[in-house]
Design a protein around this ligand. Structure first.
Ligand SMILES: Cc1cc2nc3c(=O)[nH]c(=O)nc-3n(C[C@H](O)[C@H](O)[C@H](O)COP(=O)(O)O)c2cc1C
Length: 153
């Protein structure tokens, strides 16, 4: 669909009915219910998640647990920020660019991890100014403090 409109599940369903190999349903899966809907509406064998994992790599564990009827404990904000810093650290480590330029790629990820919290818009804006890992670490600590002040963990 080239990211316009919603993915056409009827096409996936038609493919599933036409072929004998496993079919992977993909498009617009952002949580457990959209994942379940993909399985139910298409009969697909597996699913693939792209944009729904931006800033939320925990989505795979969450959906897998819920599909198996297991308890799922979402990550705390502290855990999210720890994973965000690990993610950014890996981007910088694997990039062939210098830290400042590699941060241009990494900082959008930092911003995504901060979605949905108090003051997120302002912090996301600040993420786009980041030019080093040390700055990202300091910003994550500040973000955690701000949420704690409001009783959010
Ligand atoms: C970062 C990223 C890279 C992608 N790269 C490719 C690609 O190289 N080839 C391709 O056919 N689709 C690519 N896609 C499209 C995805 O495979 C997928 O079809 C699309 O993102 C819709 O799924 P989603 O709603 O879960 O993101 C990419 C998507 C993302 C988010």
């Amino acid at each position: 669909m080239f990211y316009s409109g919603e993915s056409d599940v009827n096409v996936i369903k038609a493919v599933k009915e036409a072929v004998g190999v496993p079919v992977i349903g993909n498009g617009d899966i952002t949580d457990f219910s959209s994942c379940r809907e993909m399985y139910e509406r298409t009969g697909c064998d597996l699913v693939m998640i792209g944009r729904g994992s931006y800033g939320n790599p925990f989505i795979f564990e969450e959906i897998a647990a819920k599909l198996h009827g297991e308890d799922y404990a979402p990550p705390t904000l502290e855990e999210k920020m720890r994973v965000m810093l690990e993610h950014i650290g890996l981007i910088l480590e694997l990039s062939e660019k210098c830290e400042e330029l590699a941060m241009h790629e990494a900082r959008k990820h930092a911003a995504w991890y901060m979605n949905g919290y108090y003051g997120s818009a302002k912090f996301r804006g600040r993420c786009y100014q980041l030019s080093s890992y040390a700055e990202a670490k300091a910003l994550a600590a500040e973000f955690i403090d701000l949420q704690r002040e409001r009783g959010i963990n």
